[in-house]
Design a protein around this ligand. Structure first.
Ligand code: TXA
Ligand code: MG
Length: 331
């Protein structure tokens, strides 16, 4: 495994050529996107795609997102490009929105875990776009971490999680968004958010009108979960607990400290910590998302046993962050 530092403001063409060559030969390249780092392979090569599942320890039923450099590239991956997709691409691409549409023949079945639909996205990162263009193929790319672990927001996180599995890591420093893209199913009558992200359901409604949220664990069994979204996900090694307010932080911390556990709290409100570590979190959802995974990686690296997180507002702007906290807390 090799690591190449790339300055996103002044991209070294040799780095992109080396990466594109690896993709062409069926290898794996970890690359930055604006959301998290991805582990990319040629989305038209089923053997290369199998390498992604293998490297991540990812179950074969969990479909991959296909990354394209422009709308024409997306159109080649799907059987039709409805007006809704066109409008969303004009408004949000390049950006953290994945659209699920009926899959074209050229996309192998293992990319989509056997589904008849495919998720496509044009990332807003110059290194990702340069790589896709140079490779000349769409890139299947999940987040560049072992399955079920926290997604990487730094090049260092990729190496720590995947070891020697990627042939090359393109390290362009910290990402801007920090949590994975919003996944929107456009293959059904009513567009449905399968995975919330920093493009909120309200943002999507402003363009499309009616948009529904899929409830992963709907008791009525009516709403559909996204494949792969039933799992525990995004989890740090430490036990993560989400609590309602700072009083609860103090109570839970006291119990955990009494059990001799090392405790760190992530809080937006001000609080004076008592024998535990406090990391102050930002008030805005965008800033919070950008920092969150880095905090979880750091808590693990520094050997904390317990992460106590002050809950976040129940508003659409926080849906993506709230979803990741709930998943990280699930055991
Ligand atoms: O921001 C992101 O989306 C990052 C970067 C690298 O682009 N990628 C990412 O990929 O998060 P991954 O593999 O960790 O998440 C892919 C998820 C699947 O678990 C599933 O929930 C949804 O996207 N998905 C993909 N294809 C789908 C399909 N055809 N139908 C329904 N859901 C799909
Ligand atoms: Mg992932």
């Amino acid at each position: 495994m090799r690591v190449r530092k790339v300055d996103p403001a002044n991209i070294d063409p040799a780095a992109i050529m080396e990466a594109a060559d690896i993709i062409t030969r069926g290898g794996l390249v970890a690359f930055p996107t604006e959301t998290v780092y991805g582990l990319g392979a040629d989305a038209t090569n089923p053997t290369a795609v199998a390498g992604i599942f293998n490297a991540k320890g990812r179950p074969g039923y969990n479909p991959l997102i296909v990354h394209v450099a422009d709308v024409e590239g997306a159109i080649r991956c799907v059987t039709s490009w409805p007006a809704r997709a066109k409008e969303l691409a004009e408004r949000f691409w390049p950006g953290p929105l994945t659209m699920v549409l009926p899959k074209a023949q050229g996309i192998p079945d293992n990319v989509t875990a056997g589904l008849s639909t495919v998720g496509v996205r044009m990332p807003n990162h110059p290194v990702a776009l340069a790589l896709i263009e140079a490779a000349g193929v769409p890139l299947a790319a999940p987040s560049a971490n072992r399955s079920m672990h926290v997604s990487p927001t730094l090049g260092e996180h990729v190496a720590a999680s995947l070891g020697a599995a990627p042939d090359l890591i393109l390290d362009a420093g910290p990402v801007a968004v920090g949590i994975e893209s919003t996944v929107l199913d456009l293959s059904t009558d009513i567009p449905t958010v399968l995975r919330p992200g920093m493009i909120s359901v309200e943002d999507l409604r402003a363009v499309l009108g009616q948009v529904e949220m899929a409830k992963g664990h709907a008791p009525d069994g009516v709403a559909r979960p996204s494949p792969g979204m039933m799992d525990r996900h995004y989890s740090p090694n430490a036990t993560l607990m989400v609590v309602d307010d700072v009083e609860q932080i103090a109570k839970v911390a006291a119990i955990q400290l009494n059990e001799r556990r090392r405790v760190v709290a992530l809080a937006r409100s001000s609080i004076r910590p008592d024998n535990y570590t406090l990391w102050a979190m930002p008030e805005s959802p965008g800033e919070y998302a950008r920092l969150l995974y880095g905090m979880l990686h750091r808590a693990d690296a520094e050997g904390y046993d317990v992460i106590i997180v002050e809950g976040v507002p129940e508003t659409p702007a926080w849906d993506g962050v709230r979803d990741r906290l709930i998943r990280a807390a699930r055991r």
